[in-house]
Design a protein around this ligand. Structure first.
Ligand code: ZN
Length: 158
């Protein structure tokens, strides 16, 4: 599946299988929010971003209206991941909105600001994926690209 961000002229590719996998992790935790780290890689010209995988947080707090993941204990997991798959790296975040919309909250946006200000994460345009789910299936999803205090939605490529 392909999506385009007209603001940054970036194309995003994700497999339906991966999206289903993320949704099923979220449905398992329904009616609390759940999420994790998105892994992937950019093409050489930085015009295409392929999302390949997720890493789930070890420490997190999920309520029906909030998801906060910690990077506690995750350093080792990332190290192992990077050794196995040196061409893939952390590119953003995903979380669910149980019975909610795919719009981002103020807290969601602030979390993205914090990521770009984090000294250990060298990333200026992280991706945010919000998946709306109910108790048994996915309602919808939306990808955003963060840049300089704003979140820009992706649209389906034609
Ligand atoms: Zn949210």
């Amino acid at each position: 599946m392909k999506y385009t961000n007209t603001y940054k002229k970036v194309e995003l590719i994700i497999s339906e299988d991966l999206l289903k996998r993320l949704s099923s992790y979220g449905i398992e935790q329904f009616s609390n929010e759940f999420g994790g780290f998105l892994m992937g890689y950019y093409s050489n010209n930085f015009k295409t971003l392929t999302i390949t995988d997720t890493v789930l947080p070890k420490v997190y707090q999920g309520t029906p209206y909030l998801f906060q993941r910690s990077i506690k204990g995750i350093g080792g997991t990332f190290e192992v991941y990077y050794k196995k798959q040196p061409n893939q790296y952390y590119i953003g975040e995903w979380h669910t909105h149980p019975n909610g919309s795919t719009a981002y909250s103020h807290t969601d946006k602030q979390a993205m600001v914090n990521i770009t200000q984090c000294a250990t994460v060298n990333i200026t345009n992280p991706i945010l994926l919000i998946i709306s789910i109910n108790a048994s299936e996915i309602n919808g999803f939306q990808f955003y690209l963060y840049d300089n205090n704003e979140l820009f939605p992706f649209v389906e490529s034609t």
